[in-house]
Design a protein around this ligand. Structure first.
Ligand code: MSP
Length: 506
């Protein structure tokens, strides 16, 4: 089955931070998870390069727009490549392919009378690139996300009417309770739909914003950044040209944090409805990583955790694991280098040590040979079937994408079970007495097979560690597949590799 997974496209006004890294890693985990279940996934990410914020940073850099945007966009691409992100398409909104689709959509809506021109006065937050209502602001009149007062702007402009679609959207969300998950965000969107929707001002006069897509029907204006950016989700699939568009769109998933709920869950389905396309299949929303100071991490607030710094300290895969293990989608979660180090220690103690201990014992006492084909006790069998059925329940063919979010905690639970089993059976004591050799082999085989199950389940989160553990167990498969049968480990010879999670200097 074909699936389409997207991340938001990120602003290029600063370097990528851990929030951008997270959503992109989440998408990559989902892709690998779906691939293990045999699905064909197209995953897109990219950069949102127009609008006022990008323009201001570009002007401050002293570079030409092309130089600045290419340099900034490359920072995201470099990070994603470094994090092992297997995206299929990296969209830049300044690309001709994208701009062409935006212009076609605009012209079509204009021709059908869905875009109107009128004068307008409103409160505009540059950080959000959105007009705000008084009720959206704090008591002090500031934007709650950027803690800045919006500017009063009055101008003649073009508008796209949202209100005629409000009732339809309310009903659509009520009829499709899983369309926005977790459900707390769906409630938030339904709350926004209780009030009439203002017309959406979809262009910016060029004397205020020059970095944007010029309107096909008025050269004095550029396209409002959200109208331009949201269209990336269909321009990426080559809307209008690609015969497979519908196959992917039928199972399409937008990942985003709660900051951009309104554009994704109100503007976008309405835009699509006007264009004549079904809404995306699902919006999967997550909370914020909260930085030092207990507030949302953001470039404008200057409290960001730099993913490149984290990778320099501990490598990519512990970062991937930490982010998936510690974010519950419906809430915010704290993050700092100290917390990431704690997460690393947990992995090293629960998984890394288990692997090294058992492999060294096989090497020392069994000349590296896996004791396959022996009978096991009921206790051994139970451990393996418990772990196997837990992973099978996650990897069932029709499980939803978000089940992958629970993988990290399921893996930690399995590691705890195996560590407890290993400690209780004391194979290092058994090894000392030749009479206990049969029991020793049972304990070792059970532990090795459990490790194989854990390493297999680990693949979407830590692909290289997964492959390296499987290789140390002499499991030869080019492509990690969802094979969760208990006692699946066959004959072979283990190798003792370098530790996956070596001690980190402070
Ligand atoms: N360019 C728009 C999105 C257009 S999509 C058609 C934008 N860009 S952004 O650079 O601000 O990225 C916002 C997204 O980055 C969030 O929705 C989330 O995916 C990720 N995050 C940015 N900061 C975050 C946190 N502090 N915590 C978690 N994720 C965050 O909005």
């Amino acid at each position: 089955m074909k699936k389409y997974i997207t991340t938001p496209i990120y602003y290029t006004n600063g370097a990528p931070h851990i929030g951008h890294a997270y959503t992109t890693i989440l998408a990559d985990v989902f892709k690998k998870f779906e691939q293990m279940k045999g699905n064909d996934v197209f995953f897109s990410t990219g950069t949102d390069e127009h609008g006022q914020k990008n323009q201001h940073s570009c002007e401050a850099s002293g570079l030409s727009a092309d130089e600045f945007l290419t340099r900034q966009s490359q920072l995201f691409r470099d990070l994603f490549d470094r994090m092992g992100i297997d995206y299929d398409y990296f969209v830049r909104t300044t690309s001709e392919e994208h701009k062409k689709v935006v212009r076609t959509v605009l012209q079509d809506l204009f021709d059908r009378g869905l875009i109107i021109k009128k004068s307008y006065e409103g409160l505009y937050c540059e950080g959000c690139e959105q007009f705000k209502k008084k009720c959206d602001l704090t008591e002090e009149g500031l934007c709650p996300d950027h803690l800045k007062a919006p500017k009063v702007i009055s101008e003649e402009n073009y508008f796209f009417r949202l209100e005629p679609y409000r009732q339809w959207l309310k009903e659509f969300i009520a009829l499709n309770p899983d369309w926005i998950t977790p459900t707390n965000y769906a409630k938030e969107v339904l709350g926004m739909l209780e009030e009439p929707l203002d017309d959406l001002c979809i262009f910016r006069p060029k004397d205020r914003v020059w970095l944007g897509i010029e309107l096909p029907f008025d050269k004095d204006f550029v396209t409002y950044i959200w109208f331009d950016a949201l269209i990336n989700y269909i321009s990426t699939l080559k809307f209008g040209e690609n015969v497979e568009f519908n196959d992917y769109w039928k199972s399409s998933y937008h990942l985003l944090a709660k900051d951009i709920l309104k554009p994704h869950c109100i503007y976008w389905p309405i835009m699509l409805k006007a264009i004549g396309i079904e809404p995306v299949s699902r919006c999967i929303v997550h909370g914020y990583w909260i930085g030092e100071g207990g507030v949302k991490m953001s470039k404008s607030l200057g409290n960001v955790v730099d993913p490149n710094e984290v990778i320099d300290i501990m490598g990519v895969e512990p970062l991937r694991f930490y982010l998936i293990n510690n974010m519950s989608l419906s809430n915010d979660s704290p993050i700092s280098i100290a917390l990431l180090r704690q997460g690393y220690k947990l992995l090293a103690n629960n998984l890394g040590n288990l692997q090294m201990r058992v492999l060294k014992m096989v090497d020392k006492n069994l000349e590296g040979v896996i004791p396959a084909g022996i009978s096991l006790t009921a206790e051994d069998e139970k451990l393996l079937t418990d772990i196997s059925s837990d992973f099978k329940s996650v990897y069932v063919k029709d499980s939803s994408l978000e089940t992958a979010v629970d993988l990290a905690s399921k893996i930690m639970t399995a590691c705890n079970q195996v560590n407890a089993y290993f400690a209780a059976n004391e194979p290092w004591v058994l090894a000392k007495n030749p009479e206990n050799m049969d029991r020793f082999k049972q304990v070792i085989y059970t532990t090795l097979d459990a490790l194989r199950l854990i390493a297999t389940a680990l693949y979407p989160l830590m692909p290289n560690s997964s492959k390296s553990i499987l290789a140390s167990l002499d499991v030869k498969n080019e492509k990690v597949e969802a094979q969760f049968e208990a006692k699946g480990l066959g004959e072979g010879k283990i190798t003792v590799p370098n530790p996956l999670f070596p001690f980190l200097p402070e």
